[in-house]
Design a protein around this ligand. Sequence first.
Ligand SMILES: *[C@@H]1O[C@H](CO)[C@@H](O)[C@H](O)[C@H]1NC(C)=O
Ligand SMILES: *[C@@H]1O[C@H](CO)[C@@H](O)[C@H](O)[C@H]1NC(C)=O
Ligand SMILES: *[C@@H]1O[C@H](CO)[C@@H](O)[C@H](O)[C@H]1NC(C)=O
Ligand SMILES: *[C@@H]1O[C@H](CO)[C@@H](O)[C@H](O)[C@H]1NC(C)=O
Ligand SMILES: *[C@@H]1O[C@H](CO)[C@@H](O)[C@H](O)[C@H]1NC(C)=O
Ligand SMILES: [Zn+2]
Length: 953
Amino acid sequence: MGKVYYISKNVSLGILVLAAIALATIIALSIAYDKERAKNRGKPGDGGTGGSSTSPPPTTHFTPKEPWDRYRLPDSLVPVSYNVTLWPRLEPNTDGLYIFTGNSKVVFSCVKETDLIIIHCNKLNLTTFSGHHAKLSGLSEAAAPSIQKSWLVEKTAYLVLRLHSSLTVGATYVLHTEFQGELADDLEGFYRSEYTEDGVKKVVATSQMQATYARKAFPCFDEPALKAVFNVIIIHSRGTVALSNMSRSNCSSPRTDSAESVIDGVPVKVTTFEPTKRMSTYLLAFIVSDFVSIQSNQNNNLLIRIWARKKAIDDRQGDYALNVTGPILQFYERYYNATYPLSKSDQIALPDFNAGAMENWGLVTYRETALLYDPILSSTGNKERITTVISHELAHMWFGNLVTLQWWNDLWLNEGFASYVEYLGADYAEPTWNMKDQIVLYDVHKVFAVDALASSHPLSRRAEEVNDPSQISEMFNTISYSKGAAVLRMLSEFLTEPVFARGLSSYLNTFAFGNTVYTDLWDHLQQVGMQIPDTVHNIMNRWTLQMGFPVVTVDTSTGTINQKHFLLDPESVVDRPSEFNSCRAGVIDPMFSILMKRVSVVYTNSLMRASGQEWVLLNTNMSGYFRVNYDLGNWDRLLSLLNTNHQVIINRAQIIDDAFNLARAKIVSTTLALRTTKYLSKERDYIPWESALRNLDYYLLMFDRTEVYGAFQKYENHFKTITENWTKVPTGHTDQYNQINAIGVACNTGVESCRDLIKTWYRQWMENPNQNPIHPNLKGTVYCRAIAFGGVEEWEFAWEMFKNATLASEAARLRSALACTKAPWLLNRYLEYSLDPAKIRKQDATSTIQSIARNVVGMPLAWNFVRARWSYIFQQYGEGSFSFSSLISGVTQRFSTEFELQELKQFKEDNLHVGFGSATLALEQAIEKTTANIRWVTENKAHVLKWLTEEST
Ligand SMILES: *[C@@H]1O[C@H](CO)[C@@H](O)[C@H](O)[C@H]1NC(C)=O
Ligand SMILES: *[C@@H]1O[C@H](CO)[C@@H](O)[C@H](O)[C@H]1NC(C)=O
Ligand SMILES: *[C@@H]1O[C@H](CO)[C@@H](O)[C@H](O)[C@H]1NC(C)=O
Ligand SMILES: *[C@@H]1O[C@H](CO)[C@@H](O)[C@H](O)[C@H]1NC(C)=O
Ligand SMILES: *[C@@H]1O[C@H](CO)[C@@H](O)[C@H](O)[C@H]1NC(C)=O
Ligand SMILES: [Zn+2]
């Protein structure tokens, strides 16, 4: 431990000394930590999967007696392979129902003696054979016990077979089922998507298996650790194309794509696919459509294709995705030091798709807005989204798909990882965009807001805390994605990127085609030969096993540092103890030192002590997952530096975000936070501006209209000039975002010329709908403002344009702008539309209601609507097609009165019998945030208004 190698050579001696102190204190800290852990949780390094070394689950957990009443499969049977044949019908049957038929043979081996076969099966009508729902045989002539009884359990979605005698340990059996299911429009399992092309209605059969819907397509052992090989056959009508994870098998039909055949008198094609690699059920995909594709072989004969509706491909909307896919795959092959594991990479844009995208192995599915880019009609923001979503999904082809976490409790590692490296892949594809910096806005600051609540939760959960589908679905939240990304980025920067990548590569190669728990990654990062002051386990446990994050306070008059759990509402009660509360002076986490070593401009002689004009700045590269507070003297020096020479402070966005949030937590005054915005008239970078606008947005939400934007006139004038009265689009990627922000702010503050410009543009468009004069970047802003300034005529025009839009991102912009009207009757009618799938696609219902709630006039209407319809929404929409948690957080985001808090609590009480599913946690967070808002508004309104008035005069 003598060598403190992790200090870079070119930093000052002071930093080295500091690191040594850090090192000494780590030991102290970890002793305290060990005690804490002994009290509160299991041994470090427990992946939270088996629970063997964790403390016993809370006794309130009731374990059902019968194995078929438990949500987890028994561990007696293990699948080896499946032969699955599916035949979706793209025309309704005589009952008007869209169906699919299929059969499956699953080969499984018995690893523990049992006379029960329990396999997932949901909403499938099974054919019976001699009165039973399946046939069982031994593999290769071996005898199998006969079936005594079979039944379905709806709650846990099982098919259960009781056998006359036990299966033999070590023997292999085949379970054969035949079934019929509905190809519903519910966006889950094997489902139906519809669209209209040239006036003709078209139907696509497609799938979404994650997390628990493969069981709705065919009976299967539907848990991620139960990997198997899948031999897939799809029967489909001639004139359509079938896609799945693998390429079509050549041996079955060497000359044609698929074998033509006649089944039950129907002429069909039979497409046989190559056997898959060993993989999890949730990554399967089956699609039948009349889509077309474009392709390239730029990566060593790897076939890369982009699929979409014919019109979209004809309009060249797939070109951009095809352009970036090859480079991104190359980037990951190099980063992971592992070749792409499959022989082809298909990506497809679907008209109806619930998530943003899904990383099915070899056949990634996307919302149209996340894959299709129109060079003329799409904005630069649309383009960036496409790049990052593709980059995210392709990262999973290795991390998640090749190596898969054992159970959903570790989802955060899978999603957090992809959410971190998506910026690296996107940066490789678009090197001029500064993508690596944007994680600060889109993940770190975003999740700070949630993780600062007492109702937050640790990243890592024990496996036995996550069982039923709605608990699994609740795991797909901001904490898993964004905090996961933030702490992995911090770890990668701490270990350095090459070391991180070496450990990663070792992990991926060791566990290829298998399953892991998150601590396996720590082991491999540890093994790659780095000497670090503590084990990766111990370092990371602080960030994964406890919720929240610390605020580090530097007192530059004494040179001391301490840390404390940061809570947005200091009066909230946390029932989970946190070692972030180790307040001893001088005690710092080893993670913090990484930031100090990068403090290239600490103008101070002795560590954190500063006097005179000296100042101290922490977390300069914004990679630390914590906030920083300083003594007032240092704050004053930093603020005056911002006003005189702001570029010296490289983490300006962080300073602003920290100040505003420290103020909300009453650690510093609101005035101090507002003072960080005074220099903005000189700021030209996007990230600090965006950070300020988002923070000021909270003031806007709380006070609805304030004069706060008055101070921004200089900035607006700057942009007005360089963009020639806002009509010229700057060339730089983030400058384009700045222009959008500037116009938005100008119009919000009532700048007359801005209003006139917007009204003129929109009028011109209304007069000539085929000639839209608005630049794609500005459309979102302009549409919304024009509809807000306008009346029913402007609204109806946008509604027509929405219905006719052929580009999904244009439709999305219009859909969101329609929520900007100030007319309550239009908003109420629009709310009704949002639950009518003929008007608003099911996939868009949540976000439409959220847009309406975002509007100050629409907010109470949306809240009333959601309250009145909760049980309808809950029952009709189900988890698959509705994001309940974002609905709750969206509708309640500006709640700040006692009355609203009571309503929220009443809502919770009134609907306990209906339930909140995956929104359970979001509801608790909404209650906590509202409570904090009430207090904050009461205490700050006067100060804020006073400051603003003084500043704007
Ligand atoms: C599954 O299909 C493969 C390929 O056609 C075949 O070799 C194998 O015997 C089938 N397995 C079963 C259990 O029918
Ligand atoms: C399954 O069976 C039920 C009851 O007979 C029937 O109502 C339903 O339509 C069937 N589903 C399909 C997809 O055939
Ligand atoms: C795709 O790449 C080609 C060749 O570099 C380029 O000409 C084309 O403009 C790109 N398309 C898009 C939409 O970026
Ligand atoms: C990449 O993998 C190869 C073969 O597995 C190995 O020899 C090489 O050292 C690896 N390179 C890095 C940078 O990890
Ligand atoms: C911007 O508009 C103003 C008034 O409409 C005009 O005087 C000025 O020349 C315009 N500036 C540019 C750069 O077009
Ligand atoms: Zn993901």
